[in-house]
Design a protein around this ligand. Structure first.
Ligand code: HEC
Length: 106
């Protein structure tokens, strides 16, 4: 029993690390792909909101955080309202961005 646990310990550690790894990756991507419009903490830039004539909900807000991961991925890859799809992202990069967005939650 003990040897079973020890043998699988590295695997468990690996899975935990992999699940958490997305957030720092996503932070870098966010800075280059999203921050220009959404601001460093997802608060939304006034100039962008004015230009698109929309109210940008903070990405940290209850309303945006209530969306499922799938909804957020959809907003990124197919666009939402006035936001155009963000091109050139792989599936895992989109997942990393969602992981980062979850860290913005207040
Ligand atoms: C060119 C500016 C621009 C860029 C770049 C951009 N966004 Fe947006 N985003 C917007 C605007 C404007 C809205 C609001 C759209 C609307 O309400 O019509 C929005 C809305 C959203 C929403 C939906 C929020 C809600 O209220 O439901 C999410 C999620 C989102 N953006 C995530 C991202 C992520 C993640 C990235 C980077 C991969 C990104 N955006 C890049 C301008 C941008």
């Amino acid at each position: 029993m003990k040897s079973f646990f020890l043998r699988h310990l590295p695997l468990a550690a690996f899975i935990t690390t992999a699940a958490l790894a997305g957030a720092p990756e996503g932070k870098t991507l966010y800075a280059s792909k999203c921050q220009g419009c959404h601001g460093p903490n997802g608060e939304g830039k006034d100039a962008i909101a004015k230009m698109f004539k929309v109210t940008m909900q903070p990405l940290s807000s209850k309303e945006v955080q209530a969306k499922s991961d799938a909804d957020i991925k959809k907003a990124i890859t197919t666009g939402q309202g006035k936001m155009k799809p963000v091109p050139g992202l792989s599936g895992s990069q989109v997942a990393d961005l969602v992981a980062h967005m979850r860290t913005l939650k207040k």
